[in-house]
Design a protein. Structure first.
Length: 564
C-alpha cells in the first residue's frame, strides 16, 4: 500500500514590527534673487573661482583613499585654500569634499550589494538544468535563454570586480556636475540641446557658492549674510576678487532683497538669535534665474510609537501607494474600517518639477483627509524595491507582462513619497508609521475586498483592501477579518465584531435612543434629530473609540441636573 505524502505547507516569512518614521532632521527653504546683470556676473565669477579650488581639493581627498579622520589632512588642505579664498570659504570647501567622498563610498557599497544579489540569483538558476526544478529554484526554459544569462552573469561579475577594486583602494569615481549631464554631452541630439545650452548647464552645475552657518555670527552666517529686517544679501568675496567689493571689509552687497515666504517664522527665529543657518546660491540656466537656499538643522523630536497610539485609542489612515494613485481607508482603534474608500490620483508623467508638484498635492490631500477624520497618523508600507530592481526579470515576471510590471515598479516614487510625507506630516502634527509590506495586497484582497464592497457606496478595489491590511498592521492587529466586522447593512444588521469591542453602559436618564434623520454623512458622522438633543447617549463614533460620552451644551437649562 502506497501512502501519499502530505505536501509541506508553505512557510510565510516573518513580518517585521511597525515603527514610527523619524521626524525630519532639518529644513530647507528657497527664495529668488532678482539680481541685475552686473550682480549676476559677480556671482558667476565667485562661483567659478571657488568651484575650481573645491574640485582640486576633492581630487586631493580622493587620492588619500580610505583613511581615518585624523589622517585626511583637512587642516593642511584648509590652510592652502584659505590663501585663495578666506578661512570660512575654505572650511566650507573641505567639508563639502569630505561629504561628497563619504557619499560616493556609500553608493559603492550599495552598488556592490546590488550586484551580489543579481549574481547570486542568476547563478542559482544556472545551477539547475533547463526545464527542470530543484527545490524552489526553477531552471531556464531553453538553452538560448540560458546562454544569454551566462553572458549576463559574466558582465555582472566584471562590474562587481571593478566596484570591489574601487572599494579596496578607496577611490570612488566622482563627476562634479553630475555623471548624467556629462554623458548627455555625447547625445545632444537625443537630449534636444545645443552645445551652448549644454555648456551653460555644465558650468552652472559646477559653481560653488555654499557657506556653512556659524552660531554667534551676525544673523547665523558671516560669509553669506541675509538681514532679517531689510532682506539685503551680502557675501564675502575671495581674496583675489576683493577689488569687486562695494561694501566694507571685502563684502559685496546685492541690491535685491529676499523674504523667504515659506516657513519664514522659523527662519526669523534662528537668524534673530544668531543661530547657524547655511546658505546656498544656485543658478538655473534653463530659467536664467538665481536662487538662494537657507537650511538648518532641526531639534530632535520624540514621536509616539505605534503602541502608544493604539493605547490612546486613536484613529489611523492606512495608505497603499500605487503607480498612479493612492488608495486609503480610515481605521478606528480596533482596526475596523470607517467611512468610504478614498482614492487620490497621482500624475507620474511630465517633467520632474511637475511630478514633484503632483506628489505634494496628493500628500496634501491625504493630510487633509487625516485631519478631517481626526486621525493621529498615517500608515504606509516600508517599500524599497532595491532587491527587485537588482534581480530584474529573475523575480518580477517575464515577457511583455513582466516588462510592464517592472516598468510600473520602477515608476513608483517610493523614496520621494516617503521623504515628502515624513516632512509634511510632521509639520501637520501627524505621525507616520511604516509597516512590513509582506502579503498586504494578497490578504487585503482575500479578507477585505468583498465585505468592503458590500457596505461601500463607491467602487472598492484590491488596493483599498490592502490599505485596510496596512492600517491594521500599524495598529498591531492581524490582517484577517473577524466575523461581523463589516455587515451587509449598517442599520439593519445586528452583527457586531467579536472580541474587538467593549461594552459601554448607557447613561441613566436617557429618554430614547438617538434617531437619525438620514444616511451617514461623510462615512462616519451621523446627523442627529433635534428632538433627541436632551439625551446623554454616546454617538456611534464615540462607541468605536472608547468610553467617551457626548455631553450637551452646558448652557442648556434642561440638563443642568444631569451635568452635575
Amino acid at each position: 500500500m502506497v501512502v501519499a505524502r502530505r505536501k509541506k505547507k508553505r512557510e510565510l516569512r516573518a513580518i517585521a514590527a511597525p515603527f514610527t518614521v523619524a521626524a525630519p532632521t532639518g529644513a530647507r527653504i528657497r527664495d529668488r534673487l532678482r539680481s541685475t546683470a552686473a550682480e549676476a556676473e559677480v556671482l558667476r565669477l565667485v562661483g567659478e573661482h571657488l568651484g575650481h579650488h573645491q574640485r582640486a581639493d576633492l581630487a586631493e581627498r580622493v587620492a588619500l583613499g580610505r583613511v581615518k579622520v585624523k589622517e585626511n589632512r583637512r587642516a593642511e588642505r584648509k590652510k592652502k585654500l584659505t590663501a585663495v579664498s578666506s578661512s570660512r570659504w575654505a572650511g566650507a570647501m573641505t567639508r563639502a569634499s569630505e561629504d561628497q567622498y563619504q557619499l560616493s563610498l556609500r553608493c559603492l557599497y550599495d552598488e556592490r550589494a546590488s550586484l551580489r544579489r543579481a549574481v547570486r540569483t542568476i547563478a542559482r538558476r544556472l545551477a539547475v538544468p533547463c526545464g527542470q526544478r530543484k527545490g524552489k529554484t526553477r531552471g531556464y526554459p531553453d538553452q538560448r535563454e540560458r546562454w544569454a544569462k551566462q553572458r549576463r552573469l559574466a558582465v555582472l561579475k566584471t562590474r562587481l570586480a571593478a566596484v570591489e577594486q574601487r572599494i579596496e583602494t578607496g577611490r570612488p569615481g566622482i563627476v562634479v556636475g553630475g555623471r548624467r549631464l556629462a554623458k548627455t554631452r555625447h547625445n545632444l541630439g537625443k537630449a534636444r540641446l545645443t552645445e551652448a545650452e549644454w555648456h551653460a548647464r555644465w558650468e552652472a552645475a559646477r559653481l560653488f557658492l555654499t557657506a556653512d552657518g556659524e552660531s554667534g555670527a551676525p544673523h547665523g552666517n558671516y560669509t553669506i549674510t541675509v538681514d532679517p529686517a531689510s532682506g539685503e544679501v551680502s557675501i564675502v568675496l575671495p581674496e583675489p576678487l576683493r577689488h569687486l567689493a562695494n561694501a566694507p571689509r571685502g563684502r559685496y552687497k546685492l541690491a535685491c532683497t529676499v523674504a523667504f515666504s515659506h516657513r519664514r517664522e522659523e527662519w526669523l527665529d534662528r537668524v534673530s538669535a544668531n543661530r547657524a543657518v547655511r546658505y546656498d546660491i544656485v543658478y538655473e540656466p534653463v530659467r536664467d534665474r538665481w536662487y538662494i537656499d537657507a537650511s538648518w538643522g532641526a531639534d530632535t523630536a520624540v514621536l509616539p510609537t505605534p503602541q502608544e497610539i493604539q493605547a490612546f485609542g486613536e484613529r489611523l489612515l492606512g495608505v497603499d501607494l500605487n503607480a498612479d494613485h493612492l488608495a486609503a481607508y480610515v481605521l478606528d482603534a480596533h482596526g475596523n474600517p470607517v467611512g468610504e474608500p478614498i482614492t487620490v490620483p497621482i500624475v507620474i508623467g511630465g517633467p520632474a518639477s511637475h511630478r514633484d508638484g503632483c506628489l505634494r498635492s496628493a500628500i496634501t490631500e491625504l493630510l487633509r483627509i487625516a485631519r478631517e477624520h481626526r486621525c493621529a497618523g498615517i500608515v504606509i508600507e516600508n517599500l524599497g524595491f532595491d532587491d527587485a530592481r537588482a534581480t530584474g526579470r529573475e523575480t518580477m515576471g517575464r515577457g511583455g507582462r513582466g516588462k510592464r510590471f517592472r516598468r510600473t515598479v520602477a515608476g513608483i516614487p517610493t523614496a520621494k513619497f516617503r521623504e515628502r510625507l515624513r516632512g509634511m506630516a510632521f509639520h501637520a502634527g501627524l505621525a507616520v508609521i511604516a509597516v512590513d509590506p509582506a502579503y498586504t495586497s494578497i490578504w487585503g484582497e482575500r479578507y477585505w475586498k468583498t465585505p468592503l464592497r458590500q457596505q461601500a457606496k463607491t467602487s472598492v478595489t484590491r488596493h483599498h483592501g490592502a490599505s485596510v491590511a496596512i492600517g491594521r498592521r500599524g495598529l498591531g492587529h492581524g490582517a484577517r477579518r473577524r466575523a461581523g466586522v463589516t455587515a451587509s447593512h449598517r442599520r439593519m444588521a445586528a452583527r457586531r465584531a467579536t472580541t474587538q469591542t467593549v461594552h459601554i453602559p448607557r447613561p441613566r436618564g436617557a429618554v430614547s435612543p438617538i434617531r437619525t434623520t438620514g444616511t451617514p454623512n461623510g462615512g462616519d458622522k451621523t446627523c442627529w434629530s433635534r428632538a433627541d438633543q436632551l439625551t446623554l447617549f454616546p454617538d456611534l463614533e464615540d462607541r468605536s473609540r472608547g468610553h467617551r460620552t457626548t455631553c450637551p451644551d452646558s448652557s442648556d437649562s434642561a440638563n443642568t441636573s444631569q451635568h452635575h
